[in-house]
Design a protein around this ligand. Structure first.
Ligand SMILES: N=c1c2ncn([C@@H]3O[C@H](COP(=O)(O)OP(=O)(O)OP(=O)(O)O)[C@@H](O)[C@H]3O)c2ncn1[C@@H]1O[C@H](COP(=O)(O)O)[C@@H](O)[C@H]1O
Length: 87
């Protein structure tokens, strides 16, 4: 289990060290257009899960949306502070 900030630190390190077999590295290499499509896809799955699925499944879909948002942030070099200043 990890927090939003801990996941972001982990993904930032993946982007820096580019380990073999990392899905995050592949997602970053795919570019902002593909990253944005993944955000939209996961957001749709969250919506459907919220209406029709269990709490457990909804929570899993939300985790995937948070991951996809973080990949997009890294793709555009947006930091946590860039976002948090608006919260
Ligand atoms: N939290 C996540 C995470 N959430 C979602 N995903 C990816 O998103 C996929 C699920 O999304 P989809 O519904 O789009 O499934 P899919 O279409 O079958 O997946 P793809 O073919 O598009 O990869 C998963 O199979 C993962 O590939 C994640 N991939 C990685 N992480 C975490 O990110 C960290 C770094 O991971 P790696 O870069 O893979 O080492 C680790 O801590 C992981 O736990």
């Amino acid at each position: 289990m990890k927090t939003f900030d801990e996941l972001f630190a982990e993904l930032t390190e993946r982007a820096r060290s580019r380990p073999e077999g990392s899905g995050t590295v592949a997602a970053l290499d795919a570019g902002v257009h593909a990253q944005g499509k993944k955000v939209l896809e996961e957001a749709g799955e969250v919506w459907i899960a919220a209406e029709h699925e269990s709490d457990e499944h909804l929570a899993e879909e939300i985790s995937q949306l948070l991951y996809r948002v973080q990949v997009l942030m890294l793709g555009r070099d947006i930091t946590l502070d860039d976002v948090y200043k608006y919260l």
